[in-house]
Design a protein around this ligand. Structure first.
Ligand code: G6P
Length: 366
């Protein structure tokens, strides 16, 4: 099949826009009509698992960091996450009753593959979450979970990231169920949120024009800071990574609570600060960090839901409104404004969005 941009200016724009469809597709593969989570064979059982070790690179690593919150909070399962290049040479001890989980869009990233081989024979099970089912990482796993994102051309990963998150979320729910940590009611709530996700994503994408306006202002910045708490903290990293990869603006992410331990020294009227803050259980804490930024004349771009914006948008530089979503599913939805912000900033700067300088889609050499 021929791969074209489907009327979009860039593959990245097309791949961002495809997310409601590919997420629905991925859910269709993993969720039965009667809300059973169906994984491919061989069957995996998390009831006796004592630890998950997650390893990946780049955006896939940030999907792992997000999933740590789900496995720990929902399934009460301890998770270690590392980038593959550090993990493989650190030679960490791997407990026997553990699952080693590798996330890779291409399934060919050299460091991730080496990390997998290191865990083979040590961990009880090698599981991978991949977009290419014939890839080396998939073939060398006991269980490979395809994300069904379709071919991704843009070097900056977008739809593969949200599909990785969706599959990891389902895996966390499966682990929670195996371990007796999830009431039927909570399970139904999580699944209902997931089923709404494609529609919520379509709604989020309606902010495209508004985000383009915000991005036009961001294009003049030299440095940008991203802040988030809880499961939105890894997403702050993803927002910063996307922005630096394709617009070449220096961007950093911090956990909101770490602000006062260093990065606040950077804040002045020149530094835009993107705050990812749905009105979740940690919202008030994030807002107070945001006010510390504004008190130092930092220019805040607040990404939140209607309730959050009406409560906290006074004095901010700009806002992006998102639909309401559960705390757990929020990072999957909030990935979209992060992607759009990077995309439109890069377009405003005139950089090569689909082929950013010095970067490769798949890093198959060390
Ligand atoms: C490269 C790509 C990133 C990707 C990373 C990991 O750096 O530019 O978009 O996240 O590799 O790739 P993988 O195929 O293992 O997910």
């Amino acid at each position: 099949t021929r791969i074209d941009k489907g009327g979009h200016k860039h593959f990245m724009a097309k791949e961002i826009a495809e997310q409601p469809t590919v997420i629905a597709e991925a859910l269709g593969h993993y969720l039965s009509k009667s809300d059973e989570i169906r994984l491919p064979d061989p069957a995996i059982d998390f009831s006796q698992v004592e630890r998950i070790t997650m390893v990946a690179c780049g955006t896939a690593f940030l999907a792992c960091l997000t999933a740590k919150y789900w496995f720990e909070q929902i399934a009460r399962l301890p998770v270690e996450v590392d980038v593959a290049s550090e993990f493989r040479y650190r030679e960490p001890p791997i407990p026997g009753k553990s699952v080693a989980l590798f996330v890779s869009q291409s399934g060919e990233t050299a460091d991730t593959l080496a990390a997998l081989r290191y865990c083979d024979g040590k961990a009880d099970k090698i599981v991978s979450v991949v977009n290419v089912p014939e890839s080396s990482i998939a073939r060398e796993s006991d269980l490979a979970l395809p994300i069904h994102a379709g071919v991704e051309i843009g070097v900056a990963s977008t739809k593969a990231f949200t599909c990785q998150l969706t599959v990891l979320f389902l895996l966390a729910l499966k682990a929670a169920t195996d371990r007796g940590e999830l009431s039927e009611e909570a399970r139904q709530d999580h699944l209902a949120q997931l089923r709404r996700l494609p529609a919520l994503m379509s709604e989020a994408l309606e902010q495209n024009d508004a985000v383009r306006e915000t991005a036009r202002k961001l294009a003049n910045a030299r440095d940008v800071l991203f802040l988030g708490r809880g499961p939105l903290y890894p997403l702050a990293h993803e927002g910063a990574l996307k922005l630096k990869e394709i617009s070449y603006i220096h961007a950093e992410a911090y956990a909101s609570g770490e602000l006062k331990h260093g990065p606040i020294a950077l804040i002045d009227e020149e530094v835009p600060v993107v705050v990812m803050a749905p009105r979740d259980t940690l919202f008030d804490k994030t807002v107070s960090n945001m006010q510390e930024v504004m008190a130092r004349k930092g220019k805040v771009i607040l990404i939140s839901d209607r309730g959050g914006l009406s409560e906290a948008s006074e004095g901010v530089w700009d806002t992006v409104v998102m639909p309401d979503v559960s705390d757990a599913v929020a990072p999957i939805l909030y990935a979209l404004p992060a992607q759009l912000l990077a995309y439109h900033t890069a377009v405003a700067k005139g950089t090569d969005v689909d082929q950013p300088r010095n970067l490769a889609k798949s890093v198959t050499v060390e």
